[in-house]
Design a protein around this ligand. Structure first.
Ligand code: UTP
Length: 288
């Protein structure tokens, strides 16, 4: 069955991005002129998603404002000669529906996803973390196909240098990935110390989860940090043989920290046909 709904958890406080996040949600920080959230929504829509569920926080009204369909803005973008962007923006509220649900406090990623339960309904769904920007929709589509084939939850995975493992969820697998990168995940540990990490494979922010995960999340005790961790729910799935992963080399930008965001701004702007050549020339002139 096709995955129709995607949850985008965006209720965190973005403390690593202070002071900007005093007033600007991290998810709306622009990559040149287009918010990170727009990139992530476009990725979901490109994978065939019809319903976007944004988990927000009442302290972040900008998110709501961004999601209001605005024919006037679309018209102005089109009038400025950016037809393709106007078409992208115009889909929100017309062919793609959006729902906003609220998390009262940032009580962890697992808790945030749990807040989307009623909006998702009883179907499998995708999750996209909006502080990771992928080059395209391919990984999400592969994860959906993997879920379709097995009925198990599926997570995006990536090999990273050992020193990076401790910033992410890290997985144990029984065998090497197959030719398509598919691997059975048998264990998950959140942010292990480098010396304790079970592998060099981390979970990246793309998931397709079975609807039963909501019951698992409901039954979880908070981690020592006080947060309900998605990792703990994934571990439960892994231990009963219901978690697969796809090891991917997809282009990925982690915009959750100021430096990662800056790298993404430069890399993604260099790729743009309209402003990339100008940025390249300016950078070259700076270092000549
Ligand atoms: P992060 O941990 O990267 O975001 O969560 P954060 O908590 O906002 O950042 P810092 O650590 O304070 O700098 C990944 C995604 O999950 C959302 C965040 O908004 C972010 O998009 N999230 C996280 C929630 O929606 N609720 C939470 O309780 C935690």
């Amino acid at each position: 069955m096709a995955i129709r709904t995607a949850v985008i958890p965006a209720a965190g406080l973005g403390t690593r991005f202070l002071p900007a996040t005093k007033s600007v949600p991290k998810e709306l920080m622009p990559i040149f002129d287009t918010p990170a959230l727009q990139y992530v929504m476009d990725e979901a829509i490109g994978a065939g998603i019809e319903h976007l569920v944004i988990v927000s926080n009442v302290a972040k009204p900008g998110l709501e404002q961004y999601l209001v369909p605005s024919a006037d803005v679309v018209r102005r973008v089109a009038a400025s000669g950016r037809e393709e962007l106007a078409e992208r923006l115009g889909r929100i509220g017309s062919t793609v529906s959006t729902s906003i649900v609220y998390q009262d406090q940032p009580r962890g990623l697992g808790h945030a996803i749990g807040c989307a339960r009623a909006a998702v309904g009883g179907e499998a769904f995708a999750v996209l973390l909006p502080d990771e920007i992928m080059g395209d929709s391919s990984l999400l589509m592969q994860l959906a196909a993997q879920h379709d084939a097995t009925g198990s939850s599926a997570v995006g995975l990536k090999r990273v240098p050992p020193e990076e493992v401790s910033s992410y969820g890290c997985v144990t697998t029984t065998a090497a990935p197959d030719a398509n990168g598919v691997v059975q995940v048998t264990g998950v540990v959140e942010k292990p110390r480098m010396e304790d990490a079970p592998s060099d494979i981390i979970i990246i922010g793309r998931y397709v989860l079975d609807a039963g995960i909501f019951d698992v999340l409901d039954g979880l005790a908070p981690a020592p940090s006080g947060e309900i961790q998605l990792t703990d729910a994934l571990l439960e799935r892994a231990l009963i043989g219901r978690l697969t992963g796809i090891v991917s080399d997809i282009e990925r930008h982690d915009t959750g920290t100021p430096f990662g965001w800056l790298e993404a701004v430069i890399e993604l702007t260099l790729k743009r046909e309209d402003v990339g050549p100008r940025l390249k020339a300016w950078l070259e002139s700076r270092f000549r």
